[in-house]
Structure formats: structure tokens, C-alpha cells
Write a protein that binds this ligand. Structure first.
Ligand code: ZN
Length: 447
């Protein structure tokens, strides 16, 4: 590439071209060898895995090819909680951990993850791959609004950006007006944030009289919560950037497990030299063929401190082996449509918050801020969707009611569920400072 502009325009800059374009046969051989090693490590050094493998009647020697992975037991988030804090899931002595992250569970103890020097190195490499895949080049200024701290988002993106050779601004979450000033003053080309916080930034900027559509921003690396295609278009319009979907979870590594490519923006390349991806039916737990929609299950292939064998992510998606025009050969994880944990069952119909989002975003006269409130009427669960009017729009009560009825009809025809809709004034739906709270459950209180 002779110039920076050409490299950016081509959208096929790779951080590790050798690994990212590896032929399927070589990739399978590498995965098989690494998986064997991971299973041996887990069985030999983790009391947790030894117990689980023994109970299932399998051992590392039973793995002859990748498909034998289905004989091994799943790992659940509760396994991490049960081993709190440094229990039997680590395969190295605690002294070899250079860093700890933890996620607060909604119930009980947090889940703790730990990293060796090698793990941190791999994480930075894979996150650098993701940034390059999203169209970011060495020398770009990354405004990192992922939260720093026990959450893996902030530090994960931070070290990945440095590894690629970018200038990283460790903004973390909150203080939105100041963040917008920094983006403008430093002329950041990349914004890292959760999609809901990016939306908050766009809205606050508008109130400040600052049009981010004409700012220095070129790429948004958005992840850590499921979001819809409609939200992508909305964020691209409001922020004047290319919105890239980034995927990861702390139990597996943190952000950087998979990422869309700027060339295609369709499906996230999952780095198969470091992870084995499967999908299963979340009810029967049986493996699904490539292309079928189900729960994503991930096995780590190079983790040193805390290998994860068949970790159930609860994320609902499908895998695609279709060749990608960016040249990367790694499997694509299609957009996560929701989490099986978040799935709501309203009068017998399965509903994901992201489906509601897709109806609301882009609806004329409505702002893309929403919350789903669950309540119980007698024996039936009721769903109320609270959504806001576009800033500056004033409606009479009768007009609001008509607007709400309009939304009810759209949700009924597109998702098949009957719900109530409350159209609220600007600012009445809580804003995200990190991960958005999409569902408010008032059923327990009522009982
Ligand atoms: Zn691609």
C-alpha cells in the first residue's frame, strides 16, 4: 500500500495475514493439536475438569478428531461461580496470573477470570486483529469509552489498540460531554463503546450543538451487548462512521474473540486458531450443523491460565463457512440475535429485546431509547414497551395514544406478540452509561 488513504480504502489490512487467511485443512490440523493439548492440560491440572470428565466417562485420549468434542461436558457460568475465587478451574499456580478480571453476576458471587503473561499477549494480538479487521490502521487515534476496571472491555480494547500501533485515549465510561470534547480536540478516528453508550454520546453531542457526523470519527467498534441491524444504520447516520460489531466475553477472554470485517460488515470472523466454535440446541443440548441457529459454545485452544471446555455462552446465533470477500478464512458468527438468558416468553411466544429494538429504531417520530417492563396480570406475563419521542416533537395525548397503537400493531405483525406501549417524553427513558438495562422485571415485586 503506497498511502494511508489507499490502505484505508482497500479495507483489507490484516494484523496477522498468515493466521487470518490459513487454509481450512491447516486450520483444522492446528485446532486438533491445540484442542488435544488443552484437554490434557485441563484434565491434568484442574480438579474441576478432572471431576467433570470422569463423571462423563471421557478423557483427553478420547479425542481423535475435532468432532469428538461433543463427547465432552459443557462448562457453565455457574462453574466459575462455584470455584470462586481461585478454585479448581485454573491450571497454573495463582502466582503466574498477571491479571484478574471479574464480572458481577446478578445473583451470587462474581465470576473471576485470570490471565498469564502469555494469555495477555494473545489477547492483545487478537484484539489488534479485530481493530485491523474493522478498518483501523496503525497510527489511528482510538477513543476508548469502554469501562476500565474489572470489566474486560476497557483494558482489552486498550492493549489491542496499542498492539496495532494506535494512539489510545483511555476515556472509560461516563462524563459524556467531556468525552465529546476530547473526541473533537484529539481528532479521534475510532470510537470504542457499547452501542447503547454510543447512542448516548450522539444524543448529548446533538444537545451540545456538536455535529459528530462531520467529526474526525471514521470507525465505531461496538460490542458487549446484542444490537440490531437497525441500530447499526442509526449509529452510522448519527455519528458519520462505519459501525463494526465486535464480540467477546470475559469467560473466554474478553473483547476480541470475533469481529466483523469492514469489507463485508456481515458476520463476525471468529479466530479459529485460538477458539473452537460450535452451536447447540439450547433445549436438547445436541450439536447443530453449521448454518443452523442455536446457542454458541466456545472451547479455548491456547488459554494458559484458565482453559474453557465447551463454554455455553447463552448467545443465540448461527455460524457460516461461506467464503468472505475480505480474504479471511475464519468462520463467521452471524449477528447475535439475543441471549437465551434474555429470552422473554410472553404468552407462549419467545421474544428477544433486540427484536423489539429492531421495530423501534427508525420508527418515525421515535427516539431509539427503550425499556421493556415485565409485569404479571393474574397468571399471565404482560410486556410493556416504554419508548421516547424524537427530541423536539410535541404530541397531544390523543396523538401519543395513536402513535402507541401504531407501535403495538407493528410489534404484533412483526414479532407476533401483543404488548402495551407507552410513548414517553424526551429524557424519560434511562440512558446507558455502559451496558444498557433493556428489561425491567416487576413481576417478582408484585408477588
Ligand atoms: Zn471478512
Amino acid at each position: 500500500m503506497s498511502t494511508r488513504a489507499e490502505a484505508r480504502a482497500s479495507e483489507i489490512f490484516m494484523f496477522d495475514p498468515h493466521a487470518e487467511t490459513m487454509a481450512r485443512e491447516a486450520l483444522t490440523a492446528l485446532q486438533t493439536a491445540r484442542l488435544k493439548h488443552t484437554l490434557e492440560l485441563a484434565y491434568a491440572n484442574s480438579s474441576h475438569y478432572r471431576r467433570k470428565f470422569d463423571a462423563a466417562g471421557v478423557g483427553p485420549g478420547d479425542l481423535k478428531s475435532l468432532s469428538d468434542i461433543v463427547r465432552f461436558p459443557f462448562t457453565l457460568k455457574s462453574d466459575l461461580r462455584d470455584n470462586y475465587p481461585f478454585g479448581g478451574m485454573f491450571v497454573v499456580p495463582r502466582e503466574q496470573l498477571l491479571r484478574i478480571h471479574a464480572s458481577s453476576g446478578t445473583t451470587g458471587k462474581p465470576t473471576v477470570v485470570g490471565y498469564t503473561k502469555g494469555d495477555l499477549d494473545t489477547w492483545a494480538d487478537l484484539m489488534a486483529r479485530c481493530f485491523a479487521s474493522g478498518g483501523i490502521l496503525p497510527g489511528d487515534i482510538i477513543h476508548n469509552a469502554y469501562g476500565y476496571g474489572l470489566f474486560t472491555g476497557g483494558l482489552g480494547a486498550h492493549y489491542g489498540g496499542e498492539r496495532l500501533g494506535c494512539t489510545v485515549v483511555p476515556a472509560s465510561g461516563g462524563g459524556t460531554e467531556r468525552q465529546i470534547n476530547l473526541i473533537n480536540d484529539f481528532r479521534a478516528s475510532v470510537l470504542c463503546a457499547t452501542p447503547s453508550y454510543a447512542l448516548n454520546i450522539a444524543e448529548v453531542a446533538q444537545k451540545m450543538g456538536c455535529d459528530l457526523r462531520h467529526s474526525s470519527l471514521k470507525v465505531g467498534m461496538f460490542g458487549a451487548e446484542p444490537w440490531s441491524e437497525a441500530m447499526r444504520h442509526d449509529l452510522q447516520d448519527r455519528l458519520g462512521l462505519k459501525a463494526i460489531d465486535l464480540y467477546g466475553l470475559s469467560e473466554i477472554m474478553g473483547p476480541g474473540v470475533a469481529c466483523e470485517c469492514a469489507a463485508n460488515q456481515s458476520g463476525l470472523h471468529g479466530w479459529e486458531d485460538h477458539f473452537l466454535f460450535e452451536t447447540i440446541d439450547p433445549e436438547t443440548l445436541q450439536p447443530l450443523p453449521v448454518g443452523a441457529t442455536g446457542e454458541l459454545v466456545i472451547t479455548t485452544l491456547t488459554k494458559e491460565a484458565q482453559p474453557m471446555v465447551r463454554y455455553r455462552t447463552r448467545d443465540i446465533t448461527r455460524l457460516s463457512n461461506e467464503p468472505c470477500n475480505c480474504g479471511r478464512t475464519h468462520v463467521r458468527i452471524m449477528r447475535v440475535t439475543g441471549r437465551s438468558d434474555d429470552m422473554l416468553i410472553i404468552r407462549g411466544i419467545n421474544v428477544y429485546p433486540s427484536q423489539i429494538e429492531a421495530v423501534l429504531v427508525g420508527f418515525p417520530g421515535l427516539a431509539p431509547h427503550y425499556q421493556i417492563v415485565l409485569s404479571r396480570e393474574g397468571v399471565l406475563d404482560e410486556m410493556r414497551v416504554e419508548v421516547e419521542l424524537t427530541p423536539g416533537v410535541m404530541l397531544t395525548d390523543a396523538e401519543r395514544t395513536r402513535k402507541a397503537e401504531d407501535v403495538v400493531r407493528h410489534i404484533k405483525s412483526l414479532i407476533g406478540v401483543t404488548c402495551q406501549v407507552a410513548v414517553k417524553a424526551e429524557g424519560e427513558v434511562p440512558r446507558s452509561q455502559g451496558k444498557a438495562v433493556r428489561v425491567r422485571d416487576e413481576r417478582k415485586k408484585a408477588r
